[in-house]
Design a protein around this ligand. Structure first.
Ligand code: TYM
Length: 322
């Protein structure tokens, strides 16, 4: 069983793309760690009150998914080794490779007021992963480049200072690795999209989910078919329905082929509602008891520290810090 590490930012509300591309693929295996990466969230402007609320609700979601039983759930800022290793990796990462990160190019490049943290953010992410000696990093497509950078840094470190780091692999599902916006199927669904109808939140009610799917942008024609280039809107809905129901895309497409977009969207909405409702109810039950969330995060912190502390000590020794 491969050990895994993954993280999610508590920036805004968690959306369906996060669930399908990442959370759904996180397994509660012993030795795996799942982290609410609150320090990453402050690389863009933030409101302290919202950060506190979103951090707890994101942690509640990971616990509701059962990731605190077997595997461990914790907050990045609770384990100071992450920030400390990030400094060391800041001194090994190169300007050129960080400049090539597409996420920075789209969010920060050329912006005078973008934070320095936004630029060095992939090295904090590399620190997260490398502290836990994991083989796998289950992520959506948009994080692949950051995991590849992590591999490059680990290999560079090991060849210069000896075999300290485990070199991880990204684990990206074939289907659902890039869930697209419901308003513009050429852009990915994103927490930070200001249009509420572009994304389904995990906290949305059954009615809101149905309404958003019924008004999703589809394509010209009326045939339901999986053709990501020609029919990006319909193909996105087919991917969402297939990943959540387990029914193969071809079978879904055949079932709805001649029924028209209205019936198809109603079918997709029913699938999404049935999957998200029990999850939302578990999150609501957990959120009612903040002290229980905090207690379980404390357990996660202790487990994470047991791994991170000796790892950082090994790194410091290898690079010549006394
Ligand atoms: P974040 O918080 O933006 O997203 C969390 C996870 O959700 C995936 N994701 C998607 N997958 C499919 N379709 C989408 N539309 C979609 N939107 C988001 C992301 O790929 C991600 O897996 N830098 C990371 C957090 C991080 C991390 C780490 C991840 C920090 N340290 C260490 C892995 C390992 C981020 O901002 O993810």
């Amino acid at each position: 069983m491969a050990k895994a590490f993954s993280g999610i930012q508590p920036t805004g509300q968690i959306q369906l793309g996060n669930y399908i591309g990442a959370l759904r693929n996180w397994q509660p295996d012993p030795g795996s760690f799942y982290c609410v990466v609150d320090l990453h969230s402050i690389s863009a402007p933030w409101d302290p009150k919202e950060l506190r609320q979103n951090t707890r609700s994101t942690a509640a979601l990971l616990l509701a998914l059962g990731l605190g039983e077997g595997s461990h759930v914790f907050l990045q800022s609770h384990v100071h080794e992450h920030a400390e290793l990030a400094w060391i990796l800041n001194c090994l990462g190169r300007m050129g490779e960080l400049n090539r990160m597409t996420q920075f190019k789209s969010k920060g490049r050329g912006k005078e007021d973008a934070s320095v943290g936004l630029f060095t953010y992939p090295l904090l992410m590399a620190s997260d992963i490398l502290l836990y000696r994991v083989q796998e990093v289950p992520v959506g497509e948009d994080q692949k480049q950051h995991v590849e950078l992590t591999r490059d840094i680990a290999l560079r470190f090991n060849s210069r200072f000896g075999p300290v780091f485990t070199v991880p692999e990204p684990r990206i599902a074939d289907l659902g690795a890039r869930v697209m916006s419901l308003r513009n199927p050429l852009e990915k669904m994103s927490k930070s999209d200001p249009d509420p109808n572009s994304k389904i939140l995990l906290t949305d009610s059954d009615e809101v989910i149905s309404k958003k799917i019924m008004t999703a942008v589809t394509d010209s024609g009326r045939e339901v078919a999986y053709e990501p280039k020609e029919k990006p809107g319909v193909s996105n809905l087919l991917e969402i329905a297939s990943t959540l129901s387990g029914e193969p895309i071809e079978a879904l497409a055949a079932r709805f082929r001649d029924q028209g977009y209205g019936a198809f969207k109603r079918g997709v909405a029913d699938i999404v509602v049935e999957v998200l409702r029990p999850l939302r109810q578990r999150v609501e039950a957990l959120t009612a008891d903040v002290s229980e969330i905090d207690r379980r995060l404390e357990e996660g912190r202790a487990a994470a520290e047991r791994e991170a502390r000796p790892m950082l000590a090994e790194v410091k020794e290898a690079i010549g810090l006394l």
